[in-house]
Design a protein around this ligand. Structure first.
Ligand code: AP5
Length: 254
Protein backbone atom coordinates (compact mmCIF):
# COMPACT_ATOMS: atom_id res chain seq x y z
CA UNK A 1 0.00 0.00 0.00
CA UNK A 2 1.36 3.42 -0.93
CA UNK A 3 1.99 5.89 1.80
CA UNK A 4 -0.36 8.67 0.87
CA UNK A 5 -0.26 10.45 4.21
CA UNK A 6 0.13 14.14 4.04
CA UNK A 7 -0.87 14.59 0.39
CA UNK A 8 -3.44 17.33 -0.07
CA UNK A 9 -6.21 16.24 -2.42
CA UNK A 10 -8.91 18.71 -1.73
CA UNK A 11 -12.36 19.73 -2.87
CA UNK A 12 -13.25 23.39 -2.64
CA UNK A 13 -16.99 23.19 -2.16
CA UNK A 14 -19.57 25.96 -2.06
CA UNK A 15 -22.30 27.91 -3.78
CA UNK A 16 -21.63 29.77 -7.01
CA UNK A 17 -19.84 32.96 -6.06
CA UNK A 18 -18.90 31.73 -2.57
CA UNK A 19 -15.24 32.48 -3.30
CA UNK A 20 -13.97 29.06 -4.38
CA UNK A 21 -11.84 30.45 -7.20
CA UNK A 22 -10.52 33.35 -5.14
CA UNK A 23 -9.43 31.20 -2.18
CA UNK A 24 -7.98 28.44 -4.39
CA UNK A 25 -5.88 31.05 -6.17
CA UNK A 26 -4.53 32.29 -2.82
CA UNK A 27 -3.53 28.78 -1.77
CA UNK A 28 -1.83 28.18 -5.13
CA UNK A 29 0.04 31.44 -4.78
CA UNK A 30 1.32 30.57 -1.31
CA UNK A 31 1.93 26.80 -1.48
CA UNK A 32 3.13 24.30 -4.06
CA UNK A 33 -0.36 23.19 -4.97
CA UNK A 34 -2.09 22.89 -8.33
CA UNK A 35 -5.69 23.87 -8.80
CA UNK A 36 -8.23 22.68 -11.35
CA UNK A 37 -11.44 24.62 -11.85
CA UNK A 38 -14.05 22.96 -14.05
CA UNK A 39 -15.65 26.34 -14.70
CA UNK A 40 -12.32 27.70 -16.01
CA UNK A 41 -11.70 24.53 -18.02
CA UNK A 42 -15.14 24.81 -19.64
CA UNK A 43 -14.67 28.50 -20.42
CA UNK A 44 -11.39 27.59 -22.13
CA UNK A 45 -13.08 24.79 -24.08
CA UNK A 46 -15.76 27.27 -25.16
CA UNK A 47 -13.18 29.88 -26.22
CA UNK A 48 -11.24 27.24 -28.21
CA UNK A 49 -14.40 25.84 -29.79
CA UNK A 50 -13.65 22.22 -28.89
CA UNK A 51 -16.35 19.55 -29.00
CA UNK A 52 -16.89 19.85 -25.23
CA UNK A 53 -16.93 23.63 -25.66
CA UNK A 54 -19.70 23.49 -28.25
CA UNK A 55 -21.73 21.28 -25.92
CA UNK A 56 -21.06 23.58 -22.97
CA UNK A 57 -21.66 27.02 -24.44
CA UNK A 58 -25.44 27.24 -24.18
CA UNK A 59 -25.75 25.16 -21.02
CA UNK A 60 -23.23 27.29 -19.12
CA UNK A 61 -24.77 30.55 -20.32
CA UNK A 62 -28.15 29.35 -19.04
CA UNK A 63 -26.80 28.16 -15.71
CA UNK A 64 -27.41 24.47 -16.43
CA UNK A 65 -25.06 21.54 -15.79
CA UNK A 66 -23.15 19.36 -18.24
CA UNK A 67 -23.63 15.57 -18.10
CA UNK A 68 -21.68 13.78 -15.33
CA UNK A 69 -19.72 11.53 -17.71
CA UNK A 70 -18.56 14.46 -19.84
CA UNK A 71 -17.37 16.30 -16.75
CA UNK A 72 -15.57 13.24 -15.38
CA UNK A 73 -13.55 13.03 -18.61
CA UNK A 74 -12.74 16.75 -18.57
CA UNK A 75 -11.45 16.42 -15.00
CA UNK A 76 -9.63 13.10 -15.07
CA UNK A 77 -7.76 13.93 -18.27
CA UNK A 78 -5.99 16.54 -16.12
CA UNK A 79 -6.01 14.84 -12.70
CA UNK A 80 -4.39 11.57 -13.71
CA UNK A 81 -1.00 13.16 -14.24
CA UNK A 82 -0.99 14.56 -10.69
CA UNK A 83 -0.13 11.43 -8.70
CA UNK A 84 1.71 12.37 -5.48
CA UNK A 85 1.11 16.07 -6.16
CA UNK A 86 -0.98 18.34 -3.95
CA UNK A 87 -4.12 19.52 -5.71
CA UNK A 88 -7.43 21.33 -5.32
CA UNK A 89 -10.56 20.64 -7.33
CA UNK A 90 -12.91 23.60 -7.67
CA UNK A 91 -16.38 23.14 -9.20
CA UNK A 92 -16.32 19.35 -9.37
CA UNK A 93 -18.09 17.20 -8.24
CA UNK A 94 -21.37 19.05 -8.49
CA UNK A 95 -23.86 16.16 -8.32
CA UNK A 96 -24.04 12.95 -6.28
CA UNK A 97 -23.38 11.07 -9.50
CA UNK A 98 -20.16 13.04 -10.08
CA UNK A 99 -19.13 12.45 -6.47
CA UNK A 100 -19.49 8.69 -6.85
CA UNK A 101 -17.72 8.65 -10.22
CA UNK A 102 -14.85 10.67 -8.79
CA UNK A 103 -14.49 8.44 -5.72
CA UNK A 104 -14.42 5.30 -7.86
CA UNK A 105 -11.84 6.84 -10.17
CA UNK A 106 -9.57 8.10 -7.40
CA UNK A 107 -9.76 4.77 -5.59
CA UNK A 108 -8.58 2.98 -8.72
CA UNK A 109 -5.68 5.43 -8.98
CA UNK A 110 -4.80 5.05 -5.25
CA UNK A 111 -5.25 8.74 -4.61
CA UNK A 112 -8.29 9.22 -2.35
CA UNK A 113 -9.51 12.66 -1.32
CA UNK A 114 -8.04 13.95 1.94
CA UNK A 115 -9.93 17.20 2.53
CA UNK A 116 -13.28 18.78 1.69
CA UNK A 117 -13.65 22.48 2.48
CA UNK A 118 -17.18 23.81 2.48
CA UNK A 119 -17.43 27.59 2.06
CA UNK A 120 -20.63 28.70 3.70
CA UNK A 121 -21.60 32.21 2.58
CA UNK A 122 -25.13 33.68 2.83
CA UNK A 123 -27.06 34.04 -0.43
CA UNK A 124 -27.57 37.79 -0.17
CA UNK A 125 -23.83 38.37 0.21
CA UNK A 126 -23.11 36.31 -2.89
CA UNK A 127 -25.75 38.02 -4.99
CA UNK A 128 -24.25 41.42 -4.33
CA UNK A 129 -20.72 40.19 -5.21
CA UNK A 130 -21.56 38.75 -8.56
CA UNK A 131 -22.49 41.98 -10.27
CA UNK A 132 -19.03 43.29 -9.31
CA UNK A 133 -17.08 40.36 -10.67
CA UNK A 134 -14.65 40.62 -13.60
CA UNK A 135 -12.53 37.75 -14.92
CA UNK A 136 -9.40 37.18 -16.98
CA UNK A 137 -10.52 34.39 -19.28
CA UNK A 138 -7.22 32.68 -20.11
CA UNK A 139 -5.95 32.35 -16.51
CA UNK A 140 -9.23 32.25 -14.60
CA UNK A 141 -8.06 35.14 -12.38
CA UNK A 142 -10.99 36.78 -10.63
CA UNK A 143 -11.42 40.40 -9.58
CA UNK A 144 -14.09 42.30 -7.75
CA UNK A 145 -14.59 46.03 -7.99
CA UNK A 146 -15.18 46.34 -4.23
CA UNK A 147 -13.02 43.52 -2.81
CA UNK A 148 -9.96 42.84 -4.95
CA UNK A 149 -9.73 45.48 -7.64
CA UNK A 150 -7.31 45.11 -10.53
CA UNK A 151 -4.39 47.56 -10.43
CA UNK A 152 -5.63 49.15 -13.64
CA UNK A 153 -9.38 49.20 -14.02
CA UNK A 154 -10.54 46.75 -16.69
CA UNK A 155 -7.17 44.98 -17.18
CA UNK A 156 -5.50 41.84 -15.78
CA UNK A 157 -2.67 42.53 -13.29
CA UNK A 158 -0.32 39.91 -14.73
CA UNK A 159 -0.81 39.99 -18.51
CA UNK A 160 -2.34 43.44 -18.98
CA UNK A 161 -5.06 41.83 -21.13
CA UNK A 162 -8.64 43.11 -20.91
CA UNK A 163 -11.02 41.66 -18.30
CA UNK A 164 -14.50 40.45 -19.25
CA UNK A 165 -17.85 39.78 -17.61
CA UNK A 166 -19.07 36.17 -17.58
CA UNK A 167 -22.26 35.67 -19.64
CA UNK A 168 -23.78 33.71 -16.73
CA UNK A 169 -23.22 36.50 -14.18
CA UNK A 170 -26.53 38.32 -14.68
CA UNK A 171 -29.12 38.21 -11.86
CA UNK A 172 -31.52 35.95 -13.75
CA UNK A 173 -29.01 33.22 -14.66
CA UNK A 174 -27.36 33.54 -11.32
CA UNK A 175 -30.53 32.72 -9.41
CA UNK A 176 -30.87 29.64 -11.64
CA UNK A 177 -27.32 28.58 -10.74
CA UNK A 178 -28.10 29.05 -7.06
CA UNK A 179 -31.27 26.96 -7.36
CA UNK A 180 -29.26 24.30 -9.20
CA UNK A 181 -26.79 24.31 -6.31
CA UNK A 182 -29.51 23.63 -3.75
CA UNK A 183 -31.18 20.87 -5.75
CA UNK A 184 -28.19 19.03 -7.27
CA UNK A 185 -24.99 19.98 -5.47
CA UNK A 186 -25.76 20.48 -1.79
CA UNK A 187 -26.69 16.75 -1.25
CA UNK A 188 -22.97 16.05 -1.73
CA UNK A 189 -22.27 17.54 1.69
CA UNK A 190 -24.13 14.74 3.46
CA UNK A 191 -22.34 12.27 1.22
CA UNK A 192 -18.91 13.56 2.30
CA UNK A 193 -20.00 13.92 5.91
CA UNK A 194 -20.75 10.20 5.98
CA UNK A 195 -17.58 9.12 4.16
CA UNK A 196 -15.52 11.24 6.52
CA UNK A 197 -16.61 9.05 9.40
CA UNK A 198 -17.20 5.49 8.31
CA UNK A 199 -18.31 3.75 5.13
CA UNK A 200 -19.37 0.13 5.60
CA UNK A 201 -17.40 -2.27 3.48
CA UNK A 202 -19.31 -5.26 2.06
CA UNK A 203 -16.71 -7.95 2.78
CA UNK A 204 -15.35 -6.66 6.00
CA UNK A 205 -14.73 -8.56 9.19
CA UNK A 206 -15.81 -6.63 12.30
CA UNK A 207 -12.31 -6.53 13.83
CA UNK A 208 -10.97 -4.81 10.71
CA UNK A 209 -13.30 -1.83 11.07
CA UNK A 210 -10.93 0.56 12.78
CA UNK A 211 -8.11 -0.32 10.37
CA UNK A 212 -10.35 0.34 7.41
CA UNK A 213 -11.44 3.59 8.95
CA UNK A 214 -7.95 4.93 9.55
CA UNK A 215 -6.94 4.30 5.94
CA UNK A 216 -9.80 6.34 4.59
CA UNK A 217 -9.55 9.44 6.64
CA UNK A 218 -11.24 12.36 4.97
CA UNK A 219 -11.55 15.69 6.67
CA UNK A 220 -14.64 17.81 6.08
CA UNK A 221 -14.51 21.39 7.33
CA UNK A 222 -17.02 24.19 6.98
CA UNK A 223 -15.74 27.77 6.88
CA UNK A 224 -18.36 30.41 7.54
CA UNK A 225 -18.01 34.10 7.04
CA UNK A 226 -19.41 36.84 4.93
CA UNK A 227 -17.02 39.75 5.28
CA UNK A 228 -13.90 40.09 3.21
CA UNK A 229 -10.83 38.19 4.37
CA UNK A 230 -12.66 36.26 7.08
CA UNK A 231 -12.21 32.91 5.36
CA UNK A 232 -8.60 33.16 4.30
CA UNK A 233 -6.92 33.05 7.76
CA UNK A 234 -9.16 30.13 8.77
CA UNK A 235 -8.37 28.24 5.58
CA UNK A 236 -4.64 28.93 5.74
CA UNK A 237 -4.46 27.66 9.33
CA UNK A 238 -6.42 24.53 8.47
CA UNK A 239 -4.09 23.74 5.56
CA UNK A 240 -0.90 24.42 7.53
CA UNK A 241 -1.90 22.29 10.50
CA UNK A 242 -3.42 19.42 8.51
CA UNK A 243 -0.65 19.17 5.88
CA UNK A 244 2.55 20.25 7.63
CA UNK A 245 4.80 18.99 4.84
CA UNK A 246 3.28 21.26 2.20
CA UNK A 247 5.99 23.54 0.83
CA UNK A 248 5.55 27.26 0.63
CA UNK A 249 6.59 28.74 -2.66
CA UNK A 250 9.80 30.72 -2.73
CA UNK A 251 9.04 34.42 -2.48
CA UNK A 252 8.57 35.90 -5.92
CA UNK A 253 10.17 39.20 -6.78
CA UNK A 254 8.01 42.16 -7.69
P1 AP5 B 1 -18.05 27.70 -12.23
O1 AP5 B 1 -17.13 28.62 -12.89
O2 AP5 B 1 -17.51 26.61 -11.37
O3 AP5 B 1 -19.09 28.59 -11.45
P2 AP5 B 1 -19.60 28.53 -9.95
O4 AP5 B 1 -19.53 27.29 -9.17
O5 AP5 B 1 -20.93 29.10 -10.14
O6 AP5 B 1 -18.56 29.34 -9.16
P3 AP5 B 1 -18.10 30.80 -9.46
O7 AP5 B 1 -16.93 30.74 -10.37
O8 AP5 B 1 -19.27 31.61 -9.89
O9 AP5 B 1 -17.74 31.32 -8.04
P4 AP5 B 1 -16.56 31.06 -7.02
O10 AP5 B 1 -17.10 30.31 -5.85
O11 AP5 B 1 -15.32 30.56 -7.67
O12 AP5 B 1 -16.37 32.57 -6.53
P5 AP5 B 1 -15.24 33.64 -6.88
O13 AP5 B 1 -13.95 33.29 -6.22
O14 AP5 B 1 -15.23 33.93 -8.34
O15 AP5 B 1 -19.01 27.00 -13.31
C1 AP5 B 1 -19.65 27.72 -14.32
C2 AP5 B 1 -20.62 26.82 -15.08
O16 AP5 B 1 -19.93 25.72 -15.70
C3 AP5 B 1 -21.69 26.15 -14.24
O17 AP5 B 1 -22.78 27.00 -13.99
C4 AP5 B 1 -22.03 24.95 -15.12
O18 AP5 B 1 -22.86 25.33 -16.17
C5 AP5 B 1 -20.70 24.52 -15.67
N1 AP5 B 1 -20.02 23.53 -14.81
C6 AP5 B 1 -18.89 23.76 -14.07
N2 AP5 B 1 -18.55 22.66 -13.38
C7 AP5 B 1 -19.48 21.71 -13.69
C8 AP5 B 1 -19.69 20.37 -13.27
N3 AP5 B 1 -18.86 19.78 -12.39
N4 AP5 B 1 -20.75 19.69 -13.77
C9 AP5 B 1 -21.58 20.27 -14.64
N5 AP5 B 1 -21.45 21.52 -15.08
C10 AP5 B 1 -20.41 22.26 -14.60
O19 AP5 B 1 -15.83 34.89 -6.07
C11 AP5 B 1 -17.01 35.52 -6.49
C12 AP5 B 1 -16.85 37.03 -6.42
O20 AP5 B 1 -16.75 37.44 -5.05
C13 AP5 B 1 -15.57 37.54 -7.08
O21 AP5 B 1 -15.83 38.77 -7.68
C14 AP5 B 1 -14.58 37.69 -5.90
O22 AP5 B 1 -13.61 38.70 -6.16
C15 AP5 B 1 -15.51 38.08 -4.79
N6 AP5 B 1 -15.06 37.60 -3.49
C16 AP5 B 1 -14.50 36.39 -3.22
N7 AP5 B 1 -14.21 36.27 -1.93
C17 AP5 B 1 -14.64 37.44 -1.37
C18 AP5 B 1 -14.66 37.92 -0.02
N8 AP5 B 1 -14.17 37.20 1.00
N9 AP5 B 1 -15.19 39.14 0.21
C19 AP5 B 1 -15.69 39.91 -0.81
N10 AP5 B 1 -15.69 39.50 -2.10
C20 AP5 B 1 -15.18 38.27 -2.36
Amino acid sequence: EHDQNGVLRMLMFGKPGAGKGTLSARLVEKYEILSLSTGDLLRQHIAERTEVGRQAEELVAQGGLLPDEVMLKVVTSKLDSLYNKHWILDGFPRTLGQGELLDAHLKKKHMPLTLVVNLDVPDDVILSRISDRWVHLRSGRVYNMSYNRPKVEGYDDVTGEPLTKRPDDNPETFSRRLAQFYSSTSPLLAYYASSSTYIPHPHQHPHQLSFHRSRHRLKLRTLSGSTSDENWPQLDKLIRTSFPNLHERAATRE
